[in-house]
Design a protein around this ligand. Structure first.
Ligand SMILES: [Zn+2]
Length: 961
């Protein structure tokens, strides 16, 4: 192959007109290797003079960017030949003879005529990084002669501010990652140090003087981490550079008092001390019992220091509060926030989700939550972390009352955070929860002894495990209200469901993994996994065979035992934890399933059945725990396991009574307006209902109760919660996560079972014993049998809700969510029950009436598995919007300059759906993008607000409520 430089070289010479025509002819027609070209001119040259040759090598040069450099190429006997310089990697011809070919103004060429070895110098001024590489010096002999020199350009480090952390303020307990990125050549190494020379605390067990890494991760940051950190970049090219990053850790004021009671003779002076630690600095003041602030005077002398404040005064009640963030107008704040998610270039009419929420992902790139609603929960969790850490500090200087709600919550939190990993293992759980008294699980049976399978009774084991809330494995058990009489609670027995992911074994690989963590010996894992999956399959077949049997029947336990041949009395006694009479009444579905089940169980190997139950039990436990020891995950565990306690302490610490009162007032007013609007819709009777049907719906909606905070109304919250946890104790000194987790599960099941023996609570007494999901969430939900909407306290946060904000904000977001829940009372499921929670055929008449069915068909035109949710979305939006319009007419409204009120309504509505969660993460609902799109489909006020073409493009809005 012809070296392409030679070819370029020759063509260039022609262009410059300084090369003999013969040379061109000779060199350009070569078809293959340069060596083959050895004719004509070369022979001629040989005759005239000796061939030119290099007399010295080109020296390699290392040069810092910005300097000048020169490369030397020495040649003798050049004769009429020429010397050229090229940049090899860039395929660029730089100079030929005395001519500079490149347009790069920093390149020049000189040569020394007087030197007997004539030296050709290539000069590069102000060297840049791109100048690095191989330089070729070439003589245009027939077979071109070349030699190379290398220029290495080094660049001192330079910190890239855009990719490097700046000063930050974080809350105590957060995880923080400081990043540092520097450019330079060679690539700089990054080192972290503290500016004050102290060691860096990476985590509990690791402290280092310095750390070489691109990022510095500080786990569960505490006030001790506060200070300036240096990120130092060096690469051997001086100077090294550094950036100082200040980390401030905010923590709420912590107060402690060395002496709670001080005695003093009359007439003496006394100093009372109260220590406060807070960042940012707290405002501190003393009050007396009458809540009057004590002002400095001849009688009272108040001393304060910047961060550590010793208040020296009279009564040991020291109050502190941190300065509130600067208050701007709430409407401006809310609007600014909404607009910060908007992608102005996107089309509101074409893709509204992208338009209203498009910037969500970039704004929350580093956040652990994936939607705005989750952000509220995240804030609740972070606040609770703070509160727990505060309580923990306080418990170290003073004794917390052990029976207090705080002490119990703290004990569980600390156990989650600090208990050893061994106490979280599946094996440990299984030792604590054996299949029967005196029986261990098969793989935990010691040594060579065979597992005593004759001792194993599957129904008894299910009874034991149900005490921890395990249900829907082989048998499904629930405490429910009687369909016909909601004031009666019953034990409902039915076949298990396999629909949801948590209701069956998952893939074969996952089954293997579960058996593995349960310490099943490796050689048995594969065959056992096959067997238990086969068993589950067989149970599933039985269940499918009985799928049509939906009728519930009431019968005594004795009768049920007779019909199925199974020992239900023992099973139920284990659940309720005491003896029951054979006449104990239960509600049973799928009787045929149970009869068939007996045969299946009798013919299955006991050890395999035990293993199946055990595997499902472990999956259930893993599912019920965040499985993580970080503070924020432990808070989630705490909220899930101790929902009422978490609820109380959150409310008392973070919601001022006056604020809460204001919130409550506004939410109730909002709800009343929505309900009144619904009443107007019913009066219009667009569904053409009979007056009896209309009355049923009207009464139902009229009777809905709003329960704020999931608290029994009319009871003192604290005394209710203290009473609720009266029997829960964590007495042991050692920390054991599984033990306490099981205890909480057992506690919850007992509360459920206790309902069987109490009269049904009135609406005022009602509170929901949360399921694991609702306990951790701040979204409102509708209780179908009680006809109650529960609004968690976590919702009362900006930007979701700000009191005294413009109605357009309230109705579009909180208003919509409450309207959505209100509609659930009259969706296809809600209509099954009347206002008292009893099954009512009138509702079924309504949901099967022609116009109602037509509305459903319309709403399902883009089909969904969650039709009731779509009903609640579409009718809920209609309700919230029409209520807002009605209110707006009566009130005097301010204007927001660039955004119309209608646009604000729909943009704020979108806040409920904005997020970047993966479509597979949505449970029991369509994904948010689809929900938003479907609700606005054909909704004329929306199209009008954004000037979209209506009618011709969009179908009519679906008519239902
Ligand atoms: Zn819903």
């Amino acid at each position: 192959m012809l070296n392409r430089f030679e070819a370029i070289f020759n063509i260039l010479y022609v262009g410059l007109g300084c090369l003999l025509a013969t040379t061109v002819a000779l060199s350009t027609d070569t078809g293959s290797d340069g060596n083959a070209v050895n004719t004509g001119a070369s022979t001629l040259n040989n005759v005239i003079s000796e061939d030119p040759e290099f007399t010295d090598v080109i020296e390699n040069i290392t040069v810092p960017a910005g300097r000048n450099v020169k490369l030397a190429c020495s040649v003798k006997n050049l004769g009429s030949y020429k010397v050229a310089w090229m940049h090899f990697e860039q395929s660029a011809i730089l100079t030929v003879h005395n001519h500079v070919i490149t347009r790069n103004p920093r390149i020049s060429v000189t040569h020394d005529k007087h030197d007997k070895h004539r030296t050709w110098f290539l000069h590069i001024n102000n060297v840049q990084e791109e100048d690095r590489g191989r330089y070729m010096c070439q003589i245009n002999t027939v077979t071109a002669k070349t030699q190379y020199g290398f220029v290495k350009v080094v660049v001192p480090p330079n910190i890239d501010d855009a990719l490097t952390s700046s000063d930050i303020i974080v809350r105590e307990g957060d995880n923080v990652t400081l990043r540092c990125k520097a450019k330079g050549s060679p690539e700089p190494a990054i080192k972290w140090k503290r500016d004050d020379g102290n060691k860096i605390v990476i985590n509990k067990s690791l402290e280092v003087h310095d750390l070489e890494a691109d990022s510095l991760e500080l786990e569960r940051i505490s006030r001790l981490h506060m200070g300036a950190y240096l990120c130092i970049a060096s690469n051997g090219v001086p100077p090294s550079v550094s950036k100082r990053i200040k980390v401030s850790v905010d923590f709420s004021p912590m107060v402690w008092i060395p002496h709670q009671l001080v005695g003093i003779p009359m007439g003496f002076n006394i100093t009372l001390e109260c220590f406060i630690e807070a960042n940012p600095t707290s405002l501190n003041y003393w009050t007396r019992e009458n809540d009057q602030m004590i002002i400095e005077s001849y009688k009272y002398d108040v001393l304060a220091a910047m961060k550590w404040i010793a208040c020296i005064l009279f009564i040991p009640i020291c109050a502190a509060f941190t300065a509130q963030k600067t208050e701007s107008d709430p409407n401006t704040r809310l609007l600014d926030n909404i607009l910060s998610y908007v992608v102005g270039d996107a089309s509101a009419c074409g893709n509204y989700f992208e338009y209203a929420c498009g910037k969500y992902a970039t704004r929350h790139i580093d956040d652990s939550f994936t939607e705005i609603i989750q952000m509220l929960d995240h804030k609740v969790n972070k606040n609770l972390v703070l509160l727990m850490e505060e309580l923990n500090q306080r418990s170290q200087s003073a004794v917390l009352n052990e029976s207090s709600v705080e002490a119990k919550a703290l004990q569980f939190y600390i156990t989650c955070r600090d208990a050893s990993l061994n106490t979280r293992s599946a094996e440990h759980y299984l030792r604590l929860a054996p299949p029967d008294k005196g029986l261990t699980w098969p793989q935990l049976t010691p040594g060579e002894t065979a597992w005593p399978k004759e001792q194993f009774k599957w129904i008894k084991t299910l009874g034991y495990l149900h005490r921890y809330g395990l249900t829907n494995v082989i048998v499904s058990v629930m405490v429910t209200q009687n369909f016909e009489n909601s004031s009666e609670f019953l034990l409902n027995l039915s076949m298990p469901s396999f629909e949801e992911e948590s209701q069956h074994l998952n893939s074969f690989m996952e089954t293997l993994a579960t058996l593995h963590v349960m310490k099943v010996p490796s050689k048995s894992v594969v065959p056992l996994a096959r067997k238990i999956r086969r068993l589950e399959h067989a149970i599933r077949i039985l269940a499918e065979a009985d799928d049509d049997d939906d009728e519930s029947q009431f019968m005594s336990v004795q009768r049920l035992e007779y019909r199925t041949g199974l020992n239900w009395q023992m099973f139920i006694e284990l659940l309720v934890d005491h003896r029951i009479s054979p006449n104990f009444r239960v509600q049973v579905r799928n009787l045929h399933y149970f009869t068939a089940l007996k045969v299946l169980m009798e013919t299955s190997d006991a050890q395999m059945v035990a293993s199946y139950i055990m595997t499902r039990f472990v999956l259930y436990l893993l599912n019920d725990s965040m499985g993580d020891r970080s503070p924020i995950e432990c808070i989630k565990d705490m909220r899930r396991g101790m929902d009422q306690a978490s609820n109380l302490i959150y409310k008392e610490r973070f919601l001022e009574p006056a604020t809460l009162q204001q919130f409550t007032k506004e939410v109730i007013e909002l709800f009343d307006q929505l309900r009144r609007q619904f009443q107007l819709h019913i009066d219009k009777n667009s569904l053409g209902l009979t007056s009896r049907q209309n009355r049923m719906v009207g009464t139902k909606v009229q009777d809905i109760v709003l329960n704020i905070g999931n608290i029994p109304r009319g009871r003192d919250h604290r005394s209710f919660v203290s009473q609720y946890y009266k029997d829960l104790e964590f007495p042991s000194a050692d920390l054991d996560y599984s033990r306490e987790h099981l205890k909480l599960l057992e506690f919850r099941t007992q509360k459920q079972m206790a309902k069987l023996y109490q009269p049904a609570p009135s609406k005022d007494e009602f509170f929901f014993i949360s399921d694991p999901d609702t306990a951790m969430s701040s979204t409102p939900y509708y209780m179908i049998r009680q006809n109650i909407i529960i609004v968690p306290h976590g919702l009362f946060q900006e930007p979701f809700f700000v009191s005294d904000s413009h109605d357009v904000f309230k109705y579009s977001l909180l208003g919509f969510t409450i309207a959505h829940e209100l509609i659930h009372s009259v969706d296809t499921t809600g209509l099954l029950f009347d206002s008292l929670g009893n099954a009512d055929k009138t509702g079924t008449e309504i949901s099967t009436s022609p116009r109602f069915e037509a509305g459903l068909v319309c709403m399902n035109r883009n089909s969904t598995q969650y039709l009731d949710e779509r009903v609640a979305d579409i009718s809920g939006l209609d309700l919230a919007y029409s209520a807002y319009l009605r209110i707006a007419k009566d009130r005097n409204y301010t204007d927001f300059a660039n955004t119309s009120l209608e646009q604000i309504f729909f943009l704020n509505l979108a806040q409920f759906f904005c997020g970047d969660s993966h479509p597979t993460n949505f449970v029991d609902h369509d994904e948010d993008q689809i929900r938003l799109q479907q609700m606005l489909h054909g909704f004329a006020p929306f199209h009008k607000a954004f000037g979209c073409q209506t009618r011709s493009f969009y179908p009519e809005k679906c008519q239902l409520w």
